[in-house]
Design a protein. Structure first.
Lengths: 161, 161
């Protein structure tokens, strides 16, 4: 029972912190991990990425395969290995929603450039470490690894989505 | 020729940026990736980690196997997949050198606690993206992925050590 409550807290913390993560490494099936900027969407249980036609993420998403997204952001205080399925999305309303001036900067024709690709990752499970900003977070993690317990500072769990 | 020069620049940038990275994900052979704090040591071509007896890193290092270290730090402006060999080290001079008050906080008997383990990673190759702090870094990466070229901003290369 207490495990379920904890897992739900960590899941919530994960989505909240992911908002502050500028980039992680996306490793798609058979592709090398590349830096990608996540857009957290807890309401749809999705992590969105904007990419371009022909990129590694685009190729992998077309196959509808498994991918993992790795976050190691000590500024946002979150570390995570996220596993899920990726697909290409043609949801133009969603693209409008997450489009930003930054993404626009490298598409010649902006939002409507035909090379724009929207990739949806649907996570099914993740291992998450969410710190509280304290300096000892990493050492709590290490200690937890050793003792088989959980960190005293911050939160750690395997969560399902 | 120019490729060699570039690779050497990226290698240099990698070591410099790694100094600012508080933590990445260390994935040792057969073990799940866990957050670990790196200590960059370009003079010895090593990345050092302090851990504790029985941790995943300790177990993996004892086998002297392959490991990968993944960095995704947009504050330090470096993203990298580093591949190398890990081993347990009994170099107590090195441990003195990289010991810090932070590491000491979680060992009951500090530096001389018998559960302290020093792990040495000897990288053999890496894929590195080193930005210059500009906001468009991630988009340059994506554009480079698409066009098969290199980012206009920052540096990207596969380097060997």
């Amino acid at each position: 029972m207490s495990t379920d409550v904890k897992t739900s807290d960590v899941r919530k913390a994960f989505w909240k912190r992911l908002d502050d993560v500028r980039a992680g490494l996306l490793a798609a099936d058979g592709e090398r991990p590349v830096p990608m900027s996540p857009h957290a969407d807890p309401d749809e249980n999705a992590i969105w990425f904007i990419t371009a036609r022909g990129s590694a993420a685009d190729r992998a998403a077309h196959s509808g395969g498994e991918a993992s997204f790795h976050v190691a952001d000590s500024k946002a205080n979150v570390f995570a290995n996220v596993f899920g399925k990726i697909d290409i999305s043609d949801d133009s309303k969603k693209l409008d929603e997450i489009w930003s001036a930054v993404a626009g900067a490298w598409f010649e024709n902006g939002r409507d450039d035909e090379s724009v690709r929207l990739v949806k990752m649907t996570p099914h499970d993740a291992e998450v470490w969410a710190g509280d900003g304290g300096a000892s977070f990493l050492y709590e993690i290490a200690r937890a690894n050793v003792k088989g317990g959980t960190p005293d500072v911050g939160e750690h769990a395997r969560v399902t989505f």
